[in-house]
Design a protein around this ligand. Sequence first.
Ligand SMILES: [Zn+2]
Length: 217
Amino acid sequence: MIQHHPGDELLLPLAAGRLGGGQALVVSAHLEGCAECRVRLHTLQALGGVLLEQSEPMTLHGDAWERTLQCIAAPAAVPSAPAVPTPRPVLPAGVPWPFSLRACAVSGWHWMGPGMRYARIVLPYDPAARLFLLSIGAGRSLPRHTHGGVELTQVLCGAFDDGRAVFATGDFDAADETVHHQPVVRAGETCVCLAYVGARMRFDGRIASAIAASIGM
Ligand SMILES: [Zn+2]
């Protein structure tokens, strides 16, 4: 049962095609498993269509039709998806690989701390976006930190409690510089999350800060 969903401040720009690539990827991973948010997104897209239909008509450039046909005939070059290195990080048994990662290059698992691993995700059309898979062992906790900007998290399996709420499989979390937290993973199951970090995370401890800086988190 999903308890935490992305808000309209994310679904609205996604519906309008204006959400940044990194954020859109994490929200899309949530939509894959959340029928409620898919319905909400479709409603917002329909609303956008109605607003478009009701907007004042504008005169187009004389060659607009011709240029449109040219674009269809010869679409702009889209960066080709990088080859996915094998083996990509193995997820716990029974956890599906998010469809939203299909075009991404994903590294293998790397050590981040005792019981903690990360994999770097590179989006072909937004390679600078800080995207990670995080695997935190049962009962382990991420060092206490706050954020330099928005941090989006989609829980792929397991659960963590950061003092604000419990986020379990399928849940989505958005945090920013106003949130100072220490996610603690529930006992009994590894927690794997897909995370977007808008700006560098700010860890309280020096060692955690150094490790985070070395992996660009
Ligand atoms: Zn949802």
